[in-house]
Ligand binder design. Sequence first.
Ligand SMILES: Nc1nc2c(ncn2[C@@H]2O[C@H](COP(=O)(O)OP(=O)(O)OP(=O)(O)O)[C@@H](O)[C@H]2O)c(=O)[nH]1
Ligand SMILES: [Mg+2]
Length: 366
Amino acid sequence: MSEERTSRPEWADDGKMFATSYVKGNDRAHLAKENRSIKRKERSVEEYVAGVLNHDRTILAQAITLIESNAAKHTEKAQRILHELLPYVGRSIRIGITGVPGAGKSTFIEAFGQFLCEKGHRVAVLAVDPSSSITGGSILGDKTRMEHLARHPRAFIRPSPSGGTLGGVHRKTRETMLLCEAAGYDIILVETVGVGQSEVAVRGMVDFFLLLALTGAGDELQGMKKGMMELVDAIVINKADGDNKKKAEVAKEEYNQILHYLRHATKGWETKAYTCSSLYGEGIEQIWEVIEKFVQTTKQSGVFEERRREQMKDWLHAMIKDYLHNRFFHHPVVQQQLPAIEEDVMAGKQPVTMAAEQLIRLYEER
Ligand SMILES: Nc1nc2c(ncn2[C@@H]2O[C@H](COP(=O)(O)OP(=O)(O)OP(=O)(O)O)[C@@H](O)[C@H]2O)c(=O)[nH]1
Ligand SMILES: [Mg+2]
């Protein structure tokens, strides 16, 4: 065999959904095929925009791939697409879901997502998984856990973008969210695993933030940071079924007692605890009622709009910081001088502030 290299098959969407690969055969045949595939994928900005607005899931997925690409050529095109779609974004309820590994996030989203689809909503599920930016990530496990939802014609599931910095992952998720809205998804669910940094980021991109918790709350409550509870709009004790049902009710009361003394995440909204069983679909409807009430209340008070406006401003600032950070650390002068200055600082030969100022001056003078 002349070619042993393997690559992903054409039909593997953006190459993240399937773990399949094939061995290239006859050289010329595969070259022709690749050319065709590139041509096929090289859509114009207009084609992407029209496709997304027409709810074409294949084109939506391809547009997201452009957003996720780190190639300058793709970024530029993606930004033009986003610009065209701006008038069509924002008409959704954005819901963040967090919880420790095993809390049942995927199971909850499977049940909640199906419930919403059956009510006539169109649901997009996105994930912010900080680990996937390091390990490359895989939604394979989640795809099987969200088996039914993944097949639902009104649902769209997209794994966490892999590769790049945490800031990059957040930007991509936000922009993907906007694309999904333009494609008619009126409920956006953003899942994140509970590890601090990402929760703050997800709070910054959603309207309603939900924490899935477990019983055995005694320990968990102790370990759970007050900061976390002040970040969310509802705490849902999951797995309230079987032997666990009573314990879940007790945990709910305990949480409510503590919540009473904490600051609420959203002005004019009291964060409370609830129970549900994602596995058996119990309590799912009530959670939707809570969210509807939240949207109604905050829209009436203006808090809903105000938060979204603030989020846009924060996003802008975060982007600028990210950009400057990258420019600075990739600058040849900084790269050349930094090691020595680091050494000086670590050896106590130079105060940190002075060292920082010196480096920044070098960078600005370049
Ligand atoms: N009894 C019961 N089990 C549940 C419930 N929800 C989830 N589980 C189980 O808990 C385990 C973990 O659920 P997942 O949905 O994978 O949890 P997760 O939070 O997505 O976990 P990570 O993706 O690892 O962060 C699975 O074995 C589920 O079947 C529930 O309501 N009741
Ligand atoms: Mg999961």
